[in-house]
Design a binder for this molecule. Structure first.
Ligand code: FE
Length: 282
């Protein structure tokens, strides 16, 4: 079986979003505009309230999915049709914005560590105007599996070690794993050939790829994986934690403007107009 090699290593860029939340943007920058169907990856991590208290007040989305995975801290989510919930440490919210949602994500805490990730996953043209859908997954509903000695993974979406993640019915068939390697541990994991894949290291460092082409990836760096059927990872003498994602590329034109991601400029103009007229739900 062919091993995936590291095609590119990207370092996240400090930026701010929402009402001034400091974060590191890893996908959705000049260095990596997108990795079809992944449109954006942000990591937010701070124990300084000034970095996160402003939160993400009301803003719209249309045409894709937002996936929030919390490691520490808690945010309250509310949308314009009255849905609300708490995004607590260890939970995932997979939100299919579809034809439109206006929502806010605001910190519940006043101090302490706030740490998590937001990923944007594109929707195919035929699903961009679908009805919005939430999959709110509490921490206890995300299975954790051993994938060999010293290797543990939380399975958010897709399958690992014979266990399926709780997120279902996503067209791009995503794999979303949160992997922890003990010092010296190794993982070899199958990834469907043809699916785009990346690993984002958020603690420690790890080496990705076959022995003859292994690349070390440090905290805050993302490895774009070339095509193949499996990926090999090894930790050094300290533990490593990383997200491992893969999904079927859509290979459709992308027209992107802020919180709207469609296929054509006309559809973007329509989204802006719908939002301004207050009829985002259509
Ligand atoms: Fe949002």
């Amino acid at each position: 079986m062919s091993e995936r090699r590291v095609a590119k290593v990207i370092t996240g860029q400090p930026t701010s979003d929402g009402a001034g939340v400091r974060l590191s943007r890893v996908i959705g920058t000049p260095a990596l505009d997108h990795l079809d169907p992944f449109l954006l990856l942000d990591e937010f991590k701070s124990d300084k309230p000034g970095d996160y208290l402003a939160g993400f007040p009301d803003h719209p989305h249309r045409g894709f999915e937002t996936v929030t995975y919390m490691l520490a801290g808690a945010m309250r989510h509310k949308d314009h049709v009255g849905n609300q919930g708490e995004l607590v440490a260890g939970s995932v919210q997979w939100m299919t914005a579809g034809r439109g949602i206006i929502h806010s994500e605001m910190p519940i805490q006043k101090d302490g560590l706030m740490w998590g990730f937001q990923l944007w996953v594109n929707l195919p043209a035929r699903d961009k105007m679908t009805a919005p859908r939430y999959q709110d997954i509490p921490p206890g509903k995300i299975p954790e599996v051993a994938l060999g000695e010293g290797v543990r993974a939380r399975v958010i979406a897709g399958e690992a070690g014979g266990v399926h993640g709780p997120v279902e019915g996503i067209t791009t068939q995503p794999l979303y794993l949160d992997v922890t390697l003990a010092p010296g541990a190794r993982l070899s994991h199958e990834l469907p050939a043809g699916h785009n894949a990346f690993a984002y290291v958020y603690e420690g460092r790890a080496t990705f790829g076959p022995p003859e082409a292994a690349r070390e990836v440090a905290t805050g760096q993302l490895a774009v994986l070339g095509d193949g059927e499996r990926v090999s990872v090894a930790a050094g003498d300290s533990p490593a934690r990383f997200l491992l994602l893969a999904a079927r590329p859509l290979r459709e034109p992308i027209a992107r403007y802020g919180p709207f991601v469609m296929n054509t400029r006309e559809e973007i103009a329509q989204a802006v107009e719908d939002y301004q007229r207050g009829v985002l739900l259509g």
